[in-house]
Design a protein around this ligand. Structure first.
Ligand code: HAM
Length: 418
C-alpha cells in the first residue's frame, strides 16, 4: 500500500525542523498577544465557496468536496481563514471583545498538480487578527513574519506587498481593467475569457503564458486607490521602513483568493523553483460581514509550513548555518567572564549570539565571526573594559561604533533592529 498522490508521511528524522518552527512561531505569536485556536478539518462546502470565491482556482478545481452519508456537501479545508471567521461569528466573539488575535497550525487540502513544494495535503501556520482597522496591524503582521524568518535563520526571502483597494475604489479599477482586457479578449485562455464578466481581477493571477504576456501593462489596483486606501498603504510602507523590514511594492500581486481588500503580501524565495511563495496574507475587511457577522475589519497570513521547512533544509544542504546576529570577541579572562553573561542575556533577548571562550587571538576570533556569518561583532578588550565601552562592528559595512556597557541589551535592541 502506498500513500495517495500528493499526500506524504513526515518521518521522525525530519520532524525536528517542524518542531523548531512551531516553537519559534508560537512563542513569537504569544508574545504579540495571539491565542491558539483549533478548528475542524471538515466544513460545509458553502463556507469556502462564499469566502474564497466561486470563480477562484481553489473553489473551481482544487477542493476535496464530497457528500456525506446524508447527502450534505462537505469539504476538507483548503485554508483556515474562512473557518476562523466562521468560528468568530458562530461563537459571537465580537460581542465580548471584537479585537481578537488567533494562530493555528494544521493540514490543508488542495487537489493541485503535485510537484516540489506543492502537495495535496500540506500544512499551514496561520495567524488572523479581527477588529483592528489601523494600518499598524498590517505592518505588525509583516514584521512578525520577517522576525520569525530571521529567528529561523532564513535568508534570501523577499516580501512583496501591494494594495488591492476597497469597495470604494474597486469599481474604477475594474472599469480600467475591463477596458484593457476588452482589447485582448482573443488571446486570453478559456478560463480567463469565462471570468472576464464574473471576476476580472482573477485574470491578473492567471499562470498561463499567453495570458501573462497579454497582461503586460495591465492597470494595477495601486494606481486606482481612493484617498483612504492610499493613506493606509502609506502608513504600512513607512512603518515597515522604520522597522527595517525589507520589502518591495509589487503592483502585479493579486493573490489567489477573492476576499482580500487593501494590503496583500507574499514572502517569496528563489530556492524552491516555481513554488516561490513561502507565506501569503492580507486584509479582508468585508468577509466577516459577508458570512453573516457584524462589519469587522480583519487581516491575516498563512505560512506554507512544508515550503518553509524545505527552504531550511536547502540552506543546511548548502552548508549555510543560520547566520548569527552578534559574535562577541572577548580578549582576556576579565572580558570573557563578562562576555559570557552578555551572550546569555542577548540570546534571551532574541539575538542569535555566539562567542568563543578558547582564549584565541583577535585575528582568529574575527575569522570565526566571519565563518559563522555574524552580521555584527562586539569587541571587548582590556582598554574597552576600562572605559566601560565596547566596539560594535558591522561586518558588512565595516563601520565601527563605541557603545556603553551599561544597558547593553536595550542599546543593541535599538541599534540592531532599526
Ligand atoms: P495562500 O496563498 O493560498 O493563502 O496559502 C498560503 C501559503 O500556503 C502559500 O504561500 C504556500 O506557501 C502554502 N501553500 C499553498 N498551497 C500549497 C500546496 N498545495 N502545497 C504546499 N504549500 C502550499 C491562504 O491560504 C490564506 N488563507 C492566507 C491568509 C490568512 N490570508 C489572510 N489570512
Amino acid at each position: 500500500m502506498q500513500t495517495i498522490r500528493g499526500f506524504r508521511d513526515i518521518l521522525p528524522e525530519h520532524i525536528s525542523l517542524w518542531q523548531r518552527v512551531e516553537q519559534e512561531a508560537f512563542s513569537l505569536f504569544e508574545s504579540f498577544g495571539f491565542k491558539e485556536i483549533r478548528i475542524p478539518v471538515l466544513e460545509k462546502t458553502d463556507l469556502f465557496a462564499r469566502s474564497i470565491g466561486e470563480t477562484t482556482d481553489i473553489v473551481e478545481k482544487e477542493m476535496y468536496t464530497f457528500s456525506d452519508r446524508k447527502g450534505d456537501l462537505v469539504t476538507l479545508r483548503p485554508e483556515a481563514t474562512a473557518s476562523i471567521c466562521r468560528s468568530y461569528i458562530q461563537h459571537k466573539m465580537y460581542a465580548t471583545d471584537p479585537v481578537r488575535k488567533f494562530y493555528m497550525t494544521g493540514p490543508m487540502f488542495r487537489r493541485e498538480r503535485p510537484q516540489k513544494g506543492r502537495y495535496r495535503q500540506f500544512y499551514q501556520i496561520d495567524a488572523e487578527v479581527f477588529g483592528i482597522e489601523s494600518a499598524y496591524i498590517d505592518s505588525e503582521l509583516i514584521f512578525l513574519l520577517n522576525e520569525l524568518f530571521k529567528r529561523l535563520g532564513l535568508t534570501g526571502l523577499t516580501a512583496h506587498i501591494n494594495s488591492l483597494g476597497c469597495p470604494e475604489c474597486r469599481p474604477a479599477f475594474q472599469r480600467a481593467l475591463l477596458d484593457f482586457l476588452g482589447k485582448r479578449k482573443q488571446v486570453l485562455c478559456e478560463n480567463c475569457t469565462r471570468r472576464i464578466q464574473k471576476n476580472p481581477l482573477r485574470i491578473l493571477d492567471c499562470k498561463v503564458d499567453s495570458c501573462q504576456k497579454a497582461l503586460e501593462g495591465a492597470p494595477a489596483t495601486i494606481d486606482h486607490l481612493c484617498q483612504a486606501c492610499d493613506d493606509h498603504f502609506t502608513i504600512v510602507r513607512t512603518t515597515l521602513e522604520r522597522q527595517g523590514v525589507a520589502f518591495m511594492v509589487d503592483k502585479s500581486l493579486v493573490r489567489g483568493l477573492d476576499y482580500y481588500t487593501r494590503t496583500a503580501w507574499e514572502i517569496k524565495t528563489t530556492t524552491l523553483g516555481a513554488q516561490g511563495a513561502v507565506a501569503g496574507g492580507g486584509r479582508y475587511d468585508g468577509l466577516v460581514e459577508e458570512l453573516g457577522g457584524p462589519a469587522t475589519p480583519a487581516i491575516g497570513f498563512a505560512i506554507g509550513f512544508d515550503r518553509l521547512v524545505e527552504v531550511m533544509e536547502q540552506l543546511k544542504k548548502n552548508g549555510q548555518d543560520p547566520p548569527l546576529d552578534l559574535f562577541i570577541v572577548a580578549l582576556g579572562n576579565a572580558a570573557m567572564a563578562k562576555a559570557y553573561h552578555w551572550s546569555c542575556d542577548l540570546n534571551l533577548a532574541g539575538f542569535r549570539t555566539g562567542m568563543d571562550s578558547r582564549g584565541k587571538s583577535m585575528k582568529s576570533l574575527m575569522k570565526r565571526a566571519d565563518k559563522l556569518n555574524a552580521s555584527h561583532v562586539l569587541i571587548a578588550g582590556e582598554n574597552e573594559l576600562k572605559e566601560n565601552q565596547l566596539i560594535l562592528r558591522n561586518m558588512d559595512t565595516k563601520d565601527q561604533t563605541m557603545i556603553a556597557i551599561d544597558n547593553l541589551v536595550p542599546t543593541l535592541m535599538t541599534l540592531l533592529t532599526k
